[in-house]
Design a protein around this ligand. Structure first.
Ligand code: PTJ
Length: 243
């Protein structure tokens, strides 16, 4: 469908079509369309803009990723089609791995995501997932030994559930991008970016490129000074005001 660029909600509509295409390609799960709608409702209240609380979290997240020894970007069916290029850029900037990890896991979908990301220069893990994250009942528990299993920092996007809690129990730092500041994932993560992945990821790449010039001490200070609870409160009160 041809959406005129002058449409006031052009970018939102284009995103919707990316998810639709993702579903037709067998990458995005049918439930991913519902998750997209849920996100859109929050994004509408945010004015479809990256707010100051998100910018603060993006800076802390970029610093945390640069400090990591084995950072991994977890990719689901929505994220794969929404921002494949930015996943590649972020992996290269912070020296991270990408791993396809799905709630509605099927080896067919994992393969499709890995092949799709290859077109964008991303060597995505996920096909050799033989390890399990302890305490997690869902198929998100199935991970690669060299990827999420041994990661010290994991970036999760667009999910609500108990994975963050279990990843933290396994000793990892978790960064989440979630339009809902009240989801379980948002509340449990160490750093939560309340923003749309399509805006947050490019900003994270930009921020990481800037922060690369800083030393370990300076990066640690940025992470330590960030207060996730306070930041989430700011996001909630902003959304309340906008209703
Ligand atoms: O691809 P799979 O098999 O792993 O399935 C993944 C889905 C997306 C179906 C699954 O993670 C899911 O159902 O997610 P939820 O529980 O609906 O949670 C999605 C969360 O992400 C909600 O809090 C939404 O507000 C938020 N969200 C939706 N779209 C975006 C988003 N956050 C950031 N950017 C978005 N574009």
């Amino acid at each position: 469908m041809n959406i005129p660029k002058s449409h006031p909600r052009y970018y939102s509509l284009m995103t919707r079509h990316l998810i639709e295409e993702g579903y037709k390609k067998g990458i995005t799960h049918l439930q991913g369309l519902i998750a997209q709608g849920r996100g859109e409702a929050f994004d509408y209240l945010l004015g479809e803009k990256t707010m100051s609380f998100a910018k603060k979290a993006i800076k802390a997240a970029a610093a945390q990723l640069l400090l990591a020894k084995n950072p991994v970007i977890s990719v689901n069916g929505n994220v794969a089609v929404l921002c494949p290029e930015e996943i590649g850029k972020l992996c290269r900037t912070v020296n991270a791995k990408a791993e396809a990890n799905l709630f509605y896991r099927s080896e067919e979908r994992i393969g499709k995501i890995v092949n799709y990301l290859k077109k964008f220069g991303v060597d995505c893990l996920g096909r050799n997932a033989k390890k399990k994250i302890a305490g997690l009942e869902s198929k998100r528990a199935i991970v690669e030994e060299n990827g999420i299993y041994s990661a010290d920092v994991v970036l999760v996007m667009l999910e609500d559930g108990d994975r963050t809690e279990m990843l933290k129990k396994a000793g990892k730092k978790v960064i989440a991008i979630d339009l809902s500041p009240q989801s379980r994932t948002a509340k449990k993560a160490d750093i939560t970016i309340v923003d749309n992945v399509v805006r947050a990821l490019p900003l994270m790449v930009k921020e990481a490129k800037k922060l690369k010039k800083k030393n370990k001490k300076q990066l640690t200070k940025i992470v330590k000074e960030f207060d996730n609870k306070k930041n989430l409160k700011e996001a909630v009160s902003y959304l309340r005001k906008n209703i």
